[in-house]
Design a binder for this molecule. Structure first.
Ligand SMILES: *Cc1c(COP(=O)(O)O)cnc(C)c1O
Length: 359
């Protein structure tokens, strides 16, 4: 099995992958509805929520669209300090919303102070923020941002992208007062791509009912009517839901706290390795991701060549994303990756870099 130190799609445990070959069921059958109910119910633990979790057949970006269509008639504040946050901003613009961008240099976090100021200056129905920005390896202080947002504008719905952190870092939706938290399956949850998970608060659901033109496929009000009957408006990705049901058992048997600790230990190891090698990390101390590390690429290092070398050993890392391609590289430490895998990767990278520096 190759080891994918890339921030999605990540390696899937063979037993989890095998579950997808389970015979299909009619999606309107009792048998399937039971599996669907069980998976959605268990998934709430990942979000630390008592509210509902929608299992949506789409990648995570689908829920970016769902959020802006369901929770705003007009006004959206979009916090942007990375490529994925900017995608959410673009989704809001593409859906005809009046979107204001709150942007910081991408090396810097979105701060509670900036959010407070923006929400005091103008009223917004909803705001978007990315918890773990996969392009920069930066984790935004979402808990503190939510406190500031509630203080500045209590009725603004707080929507959070946790695509590359759900299941790898703790996000307490209810305790932090978040209204929507969305994620994809192919990152820390270590499942194949194709399914998105979205937890939504009661007050956000109530607001959605007042928003016109929510569309059809991502209409959460329609989805909720079906969800209450353990069903979906359209045919769901059955195979992925079989796999999710089982993977959630594996995740809970590792234990969420233990899983978060494993991710953060791997992050510390990779980040201190980089610093010891004199490499520069993109994100500042205190805001570094615990699921993916973004490193500035030194001038003489070619990531394609490095990957060619790593692939001979069955490993692969990721180049920078979007505008950061060629300028940074990324090592993901998420999902099924263990510390022993990280050690093997770093040893291989040391061997490669030592060789490179000696010529
Ligand atoms: C991967 C990623 C996305 C996009 O998710 P898809 O499932 O590819 O649509 C969005 N946000 C973040 C933070 C991501 O890491």
């Amino acid at each position: 099995m190759s080891r994918m130190f890339v921030p999605g799609p990540v390696d899937v445990d063979p037993q989890v992958a095998a579950l997808q070959t389970r015979p299909m069921l009619p999606h309107r059958s009792k048998e399937f509805e039971e599996i669907f109910h069980r998976a959605a119910d268990k998934a709430r633990q990942l979000f630390y929520t008592q509210y509902r979790v929608f299992l949506v057949t789409a990648s995570g970006s689908g829920l970016h669209e769902a959020a802006v269509r369901n929770f705003a008639r007009e006004s959206v504040l979009s916090c942007v300090n990375g490529a994925f946050a900017n995608r959410w901003y673009e989704a809001a613009v593409a859906n005809g919303k009046q979107v204001d961008k709150l942007e910081t240099p991408w090396e810097q976090p979105i701060t509670p102070e900036l959010v407070f100021e923006a929400l005091k200056k103008k009223h917004y129905e909803m705001m978007t923020v990315v918890h773990n920005e996969t392009s920069t390896g930066l984790q935004n202080p979402v808990r503190e941002i939510a406190v500031a947002a509630h203080e500045a504008s209590p009725d603004t719905l707080i929507c959070v992208d946790a695509v590359s952190s759900l299941g790898g870092a703790k996000i307490e939706m209810d305790a932090w007062g978040l209204d929507m938290v969305l994620a994809s399956t192919q990152k820390c949850l270590a499942l194949p791509p194709g399914l998105a998970l979205g937890a939504v608060s009661d007050r956000a659901m109530a607001y959605a009912e007042t928003v016109p033109h929510r569309g059809w496929y991502f209409d959460l009000v329609r989805m909720e009517k079906h969800r209450l009957k353990d069903s979906t408006p359209a045919t769901p990705a059955l195979a992925l839901i079989y796999a999710l049901d089982y993977q959630l058992d594996r995740i809970m048997s590792e234990g969420l706290e233990a899983r978060f600790a494993r991710h953060s230990a791997m992050a510390r190891r990779v980040q201190s390795w980089a610093e010891q090698r004199g490499l520069e990390l993109f994100a500042p101390p205190d805001y570094r991701s615990q699921t993916v590390t973004t490193v500035r690429t030194p001038p003489n290092l070619d990531i394609t060549e490095l990957n060619r070398y790593l692939l001979q050993k069955g490993m692969r890392i990721a180049n920078g994303y979007g505008a950061l391609k060629g300028k940074t590289f990324r090592i993901a430490h998420m999902g099924e990756i263990q510390m022993a895998d990280v050690e093997e990767l770093l040893a291989a990278m040391d061997a490669y870099l030592d060789e490179l520096l000696s010529v």
